[in-house]
Design a binder for this molecule. Structure first.
Ligand SMILES: Nc1ncnc2c1ncn2[C@@H]1O[C@H](COP(=O)(O)OP(=O)(O)OP(=O)(O)O)[C@@H](O)[C@H]1O
Length: 311
């Protein structure tokens, strides 16, 4: 019999997971899993719980929460030689990673995806000693996501980020960076840079439309120095997916990116504060097996299509 460990954050999103947990457990048991749960108690707890699940050789670990919880679980699993398959039940505020994996927002449909038992190995990123599945980056603008109080997030969801973003925009300044990516060099003043593993960033699915999660490559995006009006205009284009030809938007792919700055620059990892730069971003090719909907991932065009990268 296979064993599954569900690590859930009771405070994620609108705090609904606890109520449906008995139903979820029942469904796992009926499908033939021996299942147990762990409720996270504080920041970092999901990482520890995932490490324990690895030590106890669980076949499957399910992360039920928002992107923060999934990131923590990945950090607990990524360095281990034995890595259980990971399932996701998205009950957070933004759920970017679930969106990238085509895992439905509906809890029972997300459980269906896991119980249908189709999984595929996907890339994850490492920067310094931390792992990310979705996106990492830096620049004053990325620092605003930490400013959103969690109560506000629970009440307003993603809208909270936008409100806070508008409020903070006037204080955003460019920063000088030097980047080395796959043997190439970029130097300049930038608003922000993003190192993305998926095409779903802050709900902007069209930001890196060609990003693939199993090609060993990140999408590296740089927004060069510009004034706030230009930045707002570019952000509007990005929502529509018509930003790729903007002269101050650089978009390329790389498996390794080294970033150095002269002034202090914070690192953002999957939407959370990740320490300070410098940093070296490394793409770990097909490192973790994730449960995904078969119809979306067994499609040759999605998974094996040759990348026509915009260099
Ligand atoms: N019991 C707890 N009480 C308070 N905070 C917790 C608890 N358990 C985990 N956390 C922290 O809450 C953080 C955010 O949780 P999570 O990402 O699951 O939900 P969210 O913030 O609603 O969603 P999103 O990250 O998608 O915006 C986690 O990174 C974790 O550090």
């Amino acid at each position: 019999m296979q064993r599954a460990r569900i690590i859930y954050n009771p405070t994620s999103g609108r705090e609904v997971i606890r109520k449906v947990l008995p139903d979820i457990l029942q469904r796992f048991e009926q499908t033939g899993y021996e299942t147990s749960t762990h409720a996270t108690t504080c920041a970092g707890d999901a990482t520890k719980a995932a490490q324990i699940a690895v030590d106890r050789k669980f076949d499957v670990v399910v992360a039920a929460g928002g992107d923060g919880t999934i990131n923590e679980v990945i950090n607990g699993v990524a360095e281990q030689p034995f890595r259980p398959k990971l399932g996701i039940i998205p009950v957070g505020t933004t759920n970017d990673f679930a969106r990238a994996l085509y895992v439905p927002r509906n809890i029972h449909k997300a459980v269906d995806v896991i119980l249908q038992d189709y999984s595929t190995p996907l890339d994850i990123g490492r920067v310094n000693d931390q792992y990310f599945m979705n996106i990492a980056g830096g620049g004053k603008i990325t620092e605003l996501s930490y400013e959103v109080p969690s109560k506000l997030k629970t009440m307003l969801g993603q809208l909270a980020y936008y409100l806070k973003g508008i409020e903070m925009l006037p204080s955003v300044r460019p920063t000088y960076v030097e980047m080395e990516y796959d043997g190439k060099l970029y130097k300049g003043d930038i608003m922000l840079f993003l190192v993305s593993n998926t095409n779903s960033v802050g709900g902007l699915e069209k930001l890196a439309p060609k990003a693939k999660m199993d090609d060993g490559l990140f999408d590296l995006m740089i927004i060069e120095k510009m004034n706030i009006a230009e930045f707002v205009r570019l952000a509007t284009l990005a929502i529509q997916g018509t930003h790729l030809n903007h002269p101050k938007f650089i978009h390329t792919t790389a498996s390794r990116v080294k970033v150095k700055t002269e002034e202090k620059m914070q690192l953002n990892i999957d939407g959370e504060f990740g320490g300070l730069l410098p940093g070296e971003f490394v793409n770990l090719y097909k490192h973790i097996d994730f449960f995904v909907p078969e119809d979306k991932f067994s499609d040759e065009r999605i998974i094996h299509e040759k990348r026509s990268s915009v260099e």
